[in-house]
Design a protein around this ligand. Structure first.
Ligand SMILES: [Zn+2]
Length: 332
């Protein structure tokens, strides 16, 4: 297969959320495993994009508590910011709070010497207001969109990315972050593969989808690599991009030990790194290789999801039923 395959390993670096805090008894568990994760990445020359949480609550200002860890992450890729739209556990999405919170997070991380031009919203929250503030603050990439994703959190925070169906990066329109044709900030969606998707004359329908590769990486690297291959084969252009996301606590002991998960992660990097034309890329690197804003990116073809054959659907769906994979980031 000709063409390139870029793989973006992205992390939301944050304290634990319930129920993980409850199960581990520790607010920061998982962060102690990150040096090993970084070592494995370095061995594979794999860079990462590290979205460092910096919330209003001091406890979730990771760079304040773990500056050395954040410096080690910076040495292995790019530091971005991550903000949860809550104050003392209460959802706050008004413009004043968004502007204050995003400004403080950005200022603090930049004060440590990190460039910080990439963002991911907590729980994948993104609105036109968020987008405008990010642009005011000089951000160049966002990776909050998961095509087809929709959820209402227990506390009422609503996320709806059903307006986006394509996994291709695009320049979002200011008033509608799910459509192309906009400004200079590049949206880099997380990878998703639909189980069923089709167009009717009136409406595009995306029924269910798999976001599972990210979580599969630590449980079943062969299967995760197979999904990477499927997404690549279905990519609308010859140069494909796969964006994976993880949290520190994804590497914790659970139904599989942390050591086994790290070994699987190592195996996954070996598998995808050996694919023809493959390389690892940070969000900033993806943007530097991307075409400038243009109106061609709001065509219907651009919005088309990855089309799977019924055989592929069967394979993906069987796995989904046998081994449920939690969508990333719906708890935190
Ligand atoms: Zn988060």
């Amino acid at each position: 297969m000709s063409g390139t395959l870029k793989i973006a390993l992205t992390y939301d670096v944050e304290r634990n959320s319930p129920p993980i805090i409850k199960s581990t008894g520790s607010v920061y568990s998982g962060l102690d495993l990150m040096p090993e994760v970084i070592d494995i990445m370095r061995a594979h020359r794999a860079t990462g994009t590290w979205y460092i949480a910096h919330d209003t609550e001091e406890q979730n200002q990771i760079a304040r508590h773990f500056p050395d860890l954040v410096a080690a992450m910076a040495a292995q890729g790019e530091i971005g910011s991550h903000f949860h739209f809550r104050e003392n556990g209460v959802v706050r999405t008004d413009e004043a709070y968004q502007r204050q919170g995003l400004t403080e997070a950005t200022r603090f991380l930049r004060s440590l010497g990190h460039k910080v031009t990439g963002f991911r919203g907590g729980n994948l929250y993104l609105t036109p207001v968020t987008l405008r503030i990010l642009e005011e603050l000089g951000y160049e990439t966002d990776s909050s969109v998961l095509p087809g994703h929709r959820v209402v959190m227990n506390d009422g925070l609503a996320i709806d990315h059903t307006g986006r169906r394509s996994c291709e990066p695009y320049y979002p329109r200011e008033g509608d972050p799910w459509s192309g044709g906009g400004n200079r900030l590049l949206e880099i969606p997380m990878s998703a593969a639909p189980i069923v998707s089709f167009w009717t004359p009136l409406v595009s329908v995306l029924v269910n989808y798999i976001v599972g590769i990210s979580n599969l990486v630590v449980f079943d690297p062969e299967r995760a690599a197979q999904r990477v291959r499927i997404i690549r084969a279905k990519w609308p252009t010859k140069n494909a991009l796969v964006v994976l996301s993880a949290h520190p606590y994804d590497f914790l002991d659970g139904r599989m030990s942390a050591q086994d998960k790290l070994r699987n992660f190592d195996r996954f990097l070996a598998l995808v790194g050996a694919m023809p034309g493959a390389s690892f890329a940070t969000a900033a690197e993806i943007r530097s290789g991307w075409a400038p804003p243009d109106s061609a990116r709001c065509t219907r073809a651009d919005r088309a999801p990855l089309k799977l054959t019924t055989g592929e659907v069967r394979v993906l769906r069987n796995r989904l039923h046998r081994r449920p994979v939690a969508p990333p980031h719906t708890v935190s």
